[in-house]
Design a protein around this ligand. Structure first.
Ligand code: CP
Ligand code: NVA
Length: 320
């Protein structure tokens, strides 16, 4: 009964490279239109009267606020849907919840600790469903990361990135992004915290230039961008074993100096400065983490235009 042809955004691997490229290009155009104004009302207000639901089972600063503000700037409104405040919190099925929400809303973002919840909601939804983070992936983050890289360094295709630390949800989406946007990615993770083999197998089948190392120095050689993330994600239990395994993977000044000259540092935030990244690197000129956070807003607008904008979505959001 799952409907086809709906513009869901579940994982980067599900979309054509050309669609993903267009989402980033539209995001960058919409950002340029701001021309320095902080809270622009979009001249076309393409989403006037439309509603976006944000179903968040976990805390969020960037994802929540960037979708909320971005939808507002395009003329629409956002509803924050805490599962605990809905009947789903006392047992109404996800199938019924998805079918009811589809009658009220125009699109739905979900952040959940259970990938199956996202799948089940998508199965029963007749509106676009957007993955706002699961334990397995975080695709909206990577749109902002690629946009940020290109602002600083030009086209991403053919560049080399390194991931250092936990092979987690963000690392997984970065692998998928590297394949779709044609850049190479070397990861250094402890063997016990490597990305899921299924993800690496997919990337290799797709012809991706993805390599896995267990020593940070091996991964960062010639890298144009070094990316890391927290050692303890929302789905993880904090443990001494985890921290012990990850401690050699801090992005330090010494590690940055082994990358290509002018290499950028990125982190999706929130950061645990002093763990996965040193204070010196986090606050250095190479660190573009706050541009990256800002670009979540612009990238959400490009993504929403694709999800809701219809056939002429690439021009729907742009001034005439
Ligand atoms: N990077 C990111 O998704 O942050 P939040 O958890 O604050 O949404
Ligand atoms: N890997 C982190 C990302 C937070 C945005 C987590 O899942 O908690």
């Amino acid at each position: 009964r799952e409907q086809t042809g709906i513009r869901h955004f579940i994982d980067l691997r599900d979309l054509d490279a050309s669609t993903l490229r267009a989402i980033i290009d539209v995001s960058a155009s919409v950002k340029r239109m701001q021309s320095g104004r902080k809270f622009p009302l979009h001249p076309k207000q393409p989403f006037a009267g439309r509603s976006l639901g944000l179903m968040l089972e976990k805390p969020s600063t960037r994802t929540r606020i960037s979708f909320e503000v971005g939808m507002g700037q395009l003329g629409g409104r956002t509803l924050i849907l805490s599962p605990a405040d809905m009947q789903v919190g006392r047992g109404e099925s996800l199938a019924d919840t998805a079918r009811v929400l589809s009658r009220f809303l125009d699109a739905l973002v979900i952040r959940t600790g259970d990938v199956e919840t996202l799948r089940e909601i998508k199965r029963w939804s007749s509106i676009p469903v957007i993955n706002g983070l699961t334990p397995d992936s975080h695709p909206v983050q990577i749109l902002a990361d690629i946009m940020t890289f290109e602002e600083h360094r030009g086209p991403v295709a053919g560049t080399k990135w390194a991931w250092v630390g936990d092979g987690n949800n963000v690392a997984t989406s970065l692998i998928e992004g590297a394949v779709k946007f044609d850049f190479s990615l070397d990861l250094a993770t402890p063997p016990t915290h490597a990305p899921r083999p299924e993800v690496l197998d997919w990337a290799r089948r797709e012809g991706g230039r993805i390599r896995l190392f267990h020593n940070p120095e091996d991964a960062v050689k010639n890298a144009d961008c070094i990316v890391t993330d927290t050692w303890t994600s929302m789905s993880d239990t904090d443990s001494e074993e985890r921290l012990d395994a990850l401690r050699p993977f801090q992005v330090s000044r010494n590690l940055m100096s082994q990358a290509a000259s002018g290499a950028l540092f990125m982190h999706c935030l929130p950061a645990h400065v002093g763990e996965e990244v040193s204070l010196e690197v986090f606050e250095s000129a190479a660190s573009v983490v706050f541009d990256e956070a800002e670009n979540r807003l612009h990238a959400q607008k490009g993504l929403l235009l694709w999800c809701l904008g219809g056939e002429d979505w690439t021009s729907a959001g742009l001034a005439s």
